[in-house]
Structure formats: structure tokens, C-alpha cells
Design a protein around this ligand. Structure first.
Ligand code: PFF
Length: 459
């Protein structure tokens, strides 16, 4: 992942080395951003929250809150050059506040662990669907059969746990061996290939004759239907999909060379990530309407609609296999981002090797993930607050931990760090800098606080 030369002219350097180029950094952050959040989660959350108005709020959150939070995270990471816990502690003191800011890093480490615990379960479904695709399970099947395949698979705890185990093993393997570099280079092909494949599927979605219904569902806002809970879901999804609010991007920023433009890199990632999510929606909703499925059916949505479509088209076995392989890679590169804060922290603070850290954190995540894996079968009846264990871990991490983490990060960059420090990292005090500062100081924190407060009925 990282080259060991440092090129920041005598300033602070990272223990783990630095990215060999600006491109390596962009690839790593894009790899972490583009994942199951875009293709699996975005369509089903948008569907559950009524489409239109939700999607527009989500886009606003990405631009007005996501972008300044991402820039803040990267600049903090690069200035501290340590794991998120140590970086926040160091900068807190350096900027004349307190070392207690380290708790922001700790929340991030925990959020990464919890997110990966259920992310890995869904990534396991994707791996399983590669095999199902190759063996032609979906060829010519009806909607009923395709849903039955999904329900039968997720209903078997052994299959789900086995797939979760394989995915966690793959993640630990890459982190332990320090071979992230190879996987990051794969992002170079994977993201464009995923975009192309989504465009091809868009062609198919248009041919179903229900394309405009899908477009209308996604972009016609019915503001009356949008409650504060849906606004919170849109905010949470913006954080989740951009991998922000938990220190992943901060950890990656720690290895970023001094001269790289943080604004440019953030914009590139935001555009790539958002395009893939919107495309996924434009493919999936027409399929939902063409097959009389429900847009609000939940986490199984993509696994019902896409295989059904693949099963009907010529060359479907190949398309389907390539699609699920690409999605597996996308999930894999995202998983690396999710464990990076925890791994970097164990290495720096507890003097573990990367391999030891990867095994310790990986095993912990695997155990926690069992709760989510079993939510679709033996523990399906265990329900509280927002649903199953899986639903709750997802809800709390995306809709509470990430927004709270993001709020603290943006307040730190906007109010605690002095103007000179942030201007130095962002490279100038020009117009772009001023826009960032207004968003970071006012709009983003007030926006996050308002959404959180309204959603829990505080005011
Ligand atoms: N952004 C990833 C996705 O959309 O699938 C999920 C994610 C990865 C969140 C890494 C957070 C993170 F640090």
C-alpha cells in the first residue's frame, strides 16, 4: 500500500510510510468509498424511505455536509500523521484545546469494527452469489424462485456464517500480508468496469418499459412523506457511502504526501461514488416495477432484482458472474478502510505487528458479526428498537455513530484548529477555502445537529 520514502520535507512523517503517489491515495479512498453502500444499501434505503425526496436530501447531504467533512478528515489525518486516536489527541493539544479529542478517534475505531461486523455478512452473500451465478441458478427463473433462493440461503445459518468467515479471512489476509497495494491497483479497473457494467444494465432497465417509473420514483419528491427519520437515514447514508465520520479517511490521510490537493482528491471520490449509487438506483427501480416487486422490501432488494434480470437476458450467466465478482472486490477494498483505524491504532499504541493486529481485530469482528449473520435465521425472532440485531447494528452505526463522529470532526477542523493550520493543509486561503470554512463552521454542524435533534424529537 505504502512506500517507505517520505517526502514531506522534514515535517511530521507517518510510521507506516506514505502513499507512493496522489493516485495511490485516490485509489485507496475510492476503493473504500465504492462498495456495498452504493449498490446494495443505497437502493434499499431509498426504497424504504419512499424514493424522490429521500434521494434529493441524500444528494444535498453529500455535497453540503459530506464533502466538507471528508476534507476535514483528510486534513486532520495529514497534519497528525498518526492513527485517528493519536492524531486527534495530538492535534487537540497542539491547537490549544485538550487531548480528550482522542475520543473521536475511539468512536471511529469502534464504528469501523461494528460496521464491518455486518458488512462482512452481506459481502458473504455477494461471494455466494458469484457461485450461484456461475452455476446458472438464476437462468430463466421467475421472481418467486429468485426470492426463494435468497430466503433459503440466508435462512441457513451454516451457509451465511461460512460465507462471512471466508470474507473476514480474505480481509485479514490482505491486511496481515500488507498487500493492500495490489488490491488498490485493482480499483483502477474495478470502478470503471463497474460503471460500464451498470451502464449496460441501464440499457436493460430501459428495455423493460418501466424505466420512467423508476426515474419518477427516484426523483419526484413527495415532501409530505419525508419524516425526520428519513432525513436522518439520508444523512447516515451519505456518511456511510463516503466512508466518513469514523476516521477511515483520516487514517488514509495520514499517509498522504504534503503537496497533494485535498479538495481535488475529495471531489474525485465524491463524484465517482455518487455516480455509482445513482446508476444503481436507475437500474434497480425499473426492475422492481417491471416485476411487481416492492421497492421497500429491505436488505434483499438487490439480490432479488438483479439476478432476476440476469436470468432473463442473453449472456446473463457471464454478466451476473462478472457483476458479483466486481462487487466482491468493491466490498473487499471497503473492508480495508473499515479496519484501518483499528489496525493502525493497535500497531502504534500497543506495538503489535500489522499481522497480529489484523488477526486480533479480524477475530473480534468475526465474533460480533455472528449476531448479524444469525439475524436472518436462528436469531430472526430477536427484535428490539429498530428490528433484528442486524438492523440495529446498521442503524446505530450509520445514523448515530457516523453523524456524531462527523460532527465532532468538522467542529474540530472548523472551530478548534486555527485558520493558519487548516489553510496550510488546504493549500490556500482562496475562495474554495472560504467556502469550505463556512460549510465546516456553520452549515455542516448545524445541519447534522438539526437532523439528529429532530429525528430523536429533541425539538
Ligand atoms: N463506503 C463503503 C460503502 O459504501 O460500501 C462502506 C464503508 C467503508 C464505510 C469504509 C466506512 C468505511 F470506513
Amino acid at each position: 500500500m505504502l512506500s517507505n520514502q517520505t517526502n514531506d520535507g522534514g515535517k511530521r512523517t507517518s510510521l507506516h510510510g506514505h502513499w507512493s503517489s496522489r493516485m495511490a491515495f485516490i485509489l485507496a479512498v475510492t476503493g473504500s468509498a465504492v462498495g456495498l453502500g452504493n449498490i446494495w444499501k443505497f437502493p434499499y434505503i431509498a426504497g424504504q424511505n419512499g424514493g424522490g425526496a429521500f434521494v434529493l436530501v441524500y444528494l444535498l447531504c453529500v455535497v453540503l455536509i459530506g464533502m466538507p467533512v471528508m476534507m476535514s478528515e483528510i486534513l486532520i489525518g495529514r497534519r497528525g500523521r498518526r492513527n485517528p486516536v493519536a492524531t486527534m489527541q495530538l492535534l487537540g493539544k497542539e491547537e490549544g484545546s485538550t487531548g480528550a479529542w482522542k475520543w473521536v478517534g475511539v468512536i471511529g475505531v469502534l464504528a469501523g469494527i461494528l460496521i464491518l461486523s455486518y458488512y462482512s455478512v452481506v459481502a458473504g452473500w455477494v461471494l455466494t452469489y458469484v457461485v450461484k451465478s456461475v452455476t446458472g441458478t438464476f437462468t430463466g427463473q421467475s421472481a418467486e424462485v429468485v426470492s426463494a433462493v435468497f430466503n433459503q440461503f440466508t435462512g441457513s445459518w451454516k451457509s451465511v456464517v461460512a460465507a462471512h468467515t471466508i470474507f473476514m479471512a480474505l480481509t485479514v489476509f490482505v491486511v496481515a500480508r500488507g498487500v493492500e497495494r495490489g488490491l488498490e491497483q485493482a480499483v483502477r479497473f474495478m470502478v470503471p468496469a463497474l460503471l460500464l457494467l451498470m451502464l449496460a444494465l441501464l440499457g436493460y432497465a430501459i428495455s423493460t418499459g418501466h424505466f420512467m417509473e423508476g426515474v419518477a420514483f427516484m426523483f419526484t419528491p413527495d415532501w409530505g412523506k419525508l419524516g425526520w427519520n428519513s432525513v436522518l437515514a439520508a444523512l447516515g447514508q451519505a456518511f456511510f457511502t463516503l466512508s466518513i465520520g469514523m476516521g477511515a479517511v483520516m487514517a488514509y490521510g495520514a499517509y498522504l504526501p504534503e503537496e497533494t490537493s485535498i479538495t481535488g482528491a475529495s471531489a474525485a471520490v465524491v463524484v465517482a461514488d455518487t455516480s455509482i449509487a445513482i446508476l444503481a438506483g436507475l437500474v434497480i427501480f425499473p426492475l422492481v416495477f417491471a416485476n411487481n416487486l416492492s421497492p421497500a422490501e429491505g436488505p434483499g432488494l438487490v439480490f432479488h432484482t438483479l439476478p432476476l434480470a440476469f436470468g432473463q437476458m442473453s449472456g446473463g450467466v457471464l454478466f451476473s458472474t462478472v457483476f458479483f465478482v466486481l462487487l466482491s472486490f468493491a466490498a473487499w477494498t471497503s473492508a480495508l478502510g473499515l479496519v484501518e483505524p483499528a489496525v493502525a491504532w493497535l500497531v502504534e499504541h500497543f506495538h503489535k505487528t500489522r499481522a497480529q493486529a489484523a488477526v486480533i481485530i479480524g477475530t473480534l469482528i468475526w465474533f460480533i458479526g455472528l449476531g448479524s449473520a444469525l439475524s436472518f435465521n436462528v436469531l430472526g425472532d430477536v427484535r428490539f428498537l429498530n428490528g433484528t440485531i442486524f438492523d440495529n447494528v446498521d442503524y446505530v452505526t450509520s445514523n448515530v455513530m457516523l453523524p456524531v463522529g462527523g460532527l465532532l470532526i468538522v467542529v474540530f477542523a472548523g472551530w478548534i484548529m486555527c485558520r493558519n493550520s487548516t489553510a496550510e493543509e488546504l493549500g490556500s486561503a482562496g475562495t474554495l477555502y472560504r467556502i469550505w470554512r463556512v460549510l465546516a463552521r456553520y452549515l455542516a454542524p448545524i445541519g447534522i445537529l438539526m437532523v439528529l435533534g429532530k429525528a430523536v424529537g429533541l425539538f
